[in-house]
Design a binder for this molecule. Structure first.
Ligand code: KMH
Ligand code: ZN
Length: 309
């Protein structure tokens, strides 16, 4: 079988990192737009997007905050737009899917299980914070339960179904693959499904290559050839796991949502810098990077002209 091209997803800002941690982390609509467009120009064919409060960088799930950048990104690039539905652990699934319902993107995230989801150890690295909300937000993450029950998943899938959106199935541990298999069996999702194997979130499976092999082998057994997959390594694991995944025939996700670094101990200057690095590695090792239209074909997406923004 011909080797598939590698899809690079760039997750531009997310909901874990805070402005104190890096000046490069975008939170205004201008900065999110500019960094997303630059990431697409550097080789990302999918842009995974969260919104932020433009004044203080706090996580936002307000559809209007998405609306401030989505049309501008669409006008400036052909990349596939993927809207997060995971955005805030403090909100219900109905609130979390509101931006995807309003803007009907080609893709959105779908988190495949409930879990501890913590980044509280990061608080100790900083003596002071740029904004008032940051310290408590980070410290209190040791009390967070990221809720994605079967009822939540079924509710989200049902409401989003008429939009023809392809899901990025976020799987943080092997059990989430079995949750996804159950959902497939009851007809919630259509093949080919797109699985994001996630490693290194505190509460999920760790960032070891053994675990990547295990996740892939399990997915092969459960889904056969009806799935496409990608790898996200959180923090320092980002580039090494992405490189390994690309060599195993998978796709890759980078971006400041997942890691603020470009190499050990050195902050990335931008999302585009991380995209350019993984593109260089993928190509140096003999693979080709997929264009947005090639990604659309590989994932069977509805098309950039079918979105609601
Ligand atoms: N932050 C990542 C570990 C989502 O947006 O729905 C997972 C993620 C979830 O991207
Ligand atoms: Zn995300």
């Amino acid at each position: 079988m011909a080797r598939q091209k590698t899809i690079i997803t760039c997750a531009v800002t997310g909901a874990i990192h805070t402005p104190t941690m890096s000046d490069a982390l975008p939170y205004t609509a201008d900065d999110i737009t500019d960094q997303a467009v630059a990431a697409a120009e550097a080789g990302a064919s999918i842009l995974h997007l969260h919104a932020r409060n433009p004044q203080n960088g706090a996580v936002s799930i307000a559809p209007d905050d998405f609306g401030a950048f989505l049309p501008r990104i669409k006008q400036a690039t052909d990349a596939v737009v993927n809207i997060s539905t995971g955005g805030s652990i403090k909100h219900s699934i109905d609130e979390r899917i509101a931006p995807a319902l309003r803007f009907s993107p080609e893709m959105c995230s779908m988190n495949m299980g409930s879990m501890n989801f913590s980044f509280h150890p990061l608080a100790k690295r900083y003596d002071s914070f740029k904004f008032d909300w940051e310290k408590a937000y980070i410290e209190n993450s040791d009390t967070y339960i990221f809720r994605n029950t079967f009822a939540d998943i079924e509710n989200a899938a049902g409401q989003l179904a008429p939009h023809g959106i392809k899901f990025e199935h976020e799987c943080y541990d092997v059990g989430h693959l079995y949750n996804l298999k159950f959902c497939m069996d009851i007809g919630l999702f259509k093949a080919p499904i797109f699985i994001q194997f996630i490693f290194g979130i505190l509460g999920g499976i760790g960032p070891e290559v053994d675990n990547l092999v295990f996740m892939k082998r399990t997915a092969d057994r459960l889904f056969g050839d009806t799935y496409r997959w990608s790898v996200l390594g959180a923090g320092g694991a980002q580039m090494a796991l992405a490189t390994t995944a690309s060599q195993m025939g998978g796709n890759v996700r980078v971006g400041l949502e997942d890691s603020l670094f470009i190499t050990r101990g050195k902050l990335a200057a931008s999302n585009a810098q991380q995209v350019a690095k993984i593109k260089r590695i993928v190509e140096d090792l003999g693979s080709e990077v997929a264009s947005p239209d090639e990604a659309r074909e590989m994932l069977n997406l509805k098309g950039g002209d079918q979105v609601g923004f």
